[in-house]
Design a protein around this ligand. Structure first.
Ligand code: B12
Ligand code: SF4
Ligand code: SF4
Length: 226
């Protein structure tokens, strides 16, 4: 079954694919565990598409804003179509949003929490390791990946976890590059990050104003590429 799901995911455009058993989510915060979303969950299917990385180095921030918003729609379409294709074969899944919508919002701290943390799901499905910038870093695509996930009641063999290291002990490039000092102990102070990175221009378009923690990472294009 795992091979069939992977085959379908690849045919729909997934660059990365992995499976995590629900047991691997032990320690997830209450309310954000896969079984809090769907009680029957036994496995979590995770896919990712690579994000064109040269947009990071454009002088205008529009190309990066464009690819960043487009890749959310692409992953959401991918997981939606994967769910439909699997349903035709009798495998029932629930596709989750790769970004919005979510319900948790602390207005004072401007802190959101996705229905399921895709970074943790990606790590638990073997797609990479969490870096000091808090992003999931894959050996082939670095942090330039957008992830999506589906929940299923099927028991499917989990994928091996990533066995490579991402951050050298003496590397702090992302922390030093952050203009808002928003990176602390591998987590993000959202209020600080949002003020620089999640902007709306006078015409109401969503603009990504900062992405330094991706751009300055030596693994921006993966570990092997470097
Ligand atoms: C809210 C959000 C933000 C917030 C917070 C970011 C963050 N790192 O959490 C803000 C607005 C700051 C943000 C910024 C950006 N974001 Co954003 N964001 C999200 C979103 C919608 C939810 C993340 C979330 O819930 N964070 C809050 C909690 C979960 O994080 P936490 O506090 O570190 O969690 C703690 C506990 O809750 C616990 N925990 C939580 N879940 C679990 C599960 C288990 C099993 C365990 C053990 C523990 C555990 O562990 C943590 C330590 O205590 C996700 C999509 C998604 N659904 O995951 C995208 C996502 C994280 N964003 C993404 C991106 C690309 C960005 C930006 C680069 C955008 C930009 N500016 O260009 C920046 C990068 C900033 C950064 N360095 O993280 C990508 C990351 C891709 C990657 N390679 O990792 C994601 C995954 C979207 C996607 N589908 O791919 N984002
Ligand atoms: S996106 Fe910018 S402000 Fe947010 S954590 Fe990364 S470097 Fe800091
Ligand atoms: S810049 Fe260095 S410390 Fe930060 S995520 Fe990349 S490798 Fe890790």
């Amino acid at each position: 079954m795992k091979n069939r799901i992977e085959q379908l995911a690849q045919s729909l455009g997934a660059d990365l694919f992995g499976m995590a058993s629900v047991e691997r989510f032990e320690g997830a915060p209450k309310g954000f565990h896969p079984t809090d979303i769907y009680a029957k969950t036994r496995s979590v299917i995770v896919v990712a598409v690579s994000v064109p990385s040269e947009a990071l180095f454009a002088q205008s921030r529009i190309p990066y804003s464009h690819v960043n918003s487009l890749c959310s729609k692409i992953v959401d379409t991918l997981t939606y179509n994967l769910s439909r294709a699997l349903e035709k074969e009798g495998i029932y899944t629930i596709p989750l949003p790769s970004d919005d919508p979510s319900e948790y919002w602390d207005a004072e701290q401007q802190r959101a929490q996705g229905v399921l943390s895709m970074r943790h799901a990606g790590m638990l499905a073997g797609l990479g390791k969490l870096g000091k910038n808090s992003l999931l870093i894959n050996d082939r695509f670095g942090s330039m990946i957008q992830m999506g996930a589906l929940l299923t009641a099927e028991i499917i063999d989990p994928s091996p976890l990533a066995d490579y290291d991402v951050c050298k002990p003496n590397c702090n490039a992302c922390i030093n590059a952050c203009p808002e000092n928003a990176i602390e102990n591998g987590a993000i102070i959202q209020k600080r990050c949002r003020s620089a990175s999640h902007l709306s221009n006078p015409r109401g378009f969503d603009i990504r104003g900062c992405f330094e923690c991706r751009k300055k990472c030596p693994h921006v294009r993966g570990i092997r590429a470097r």
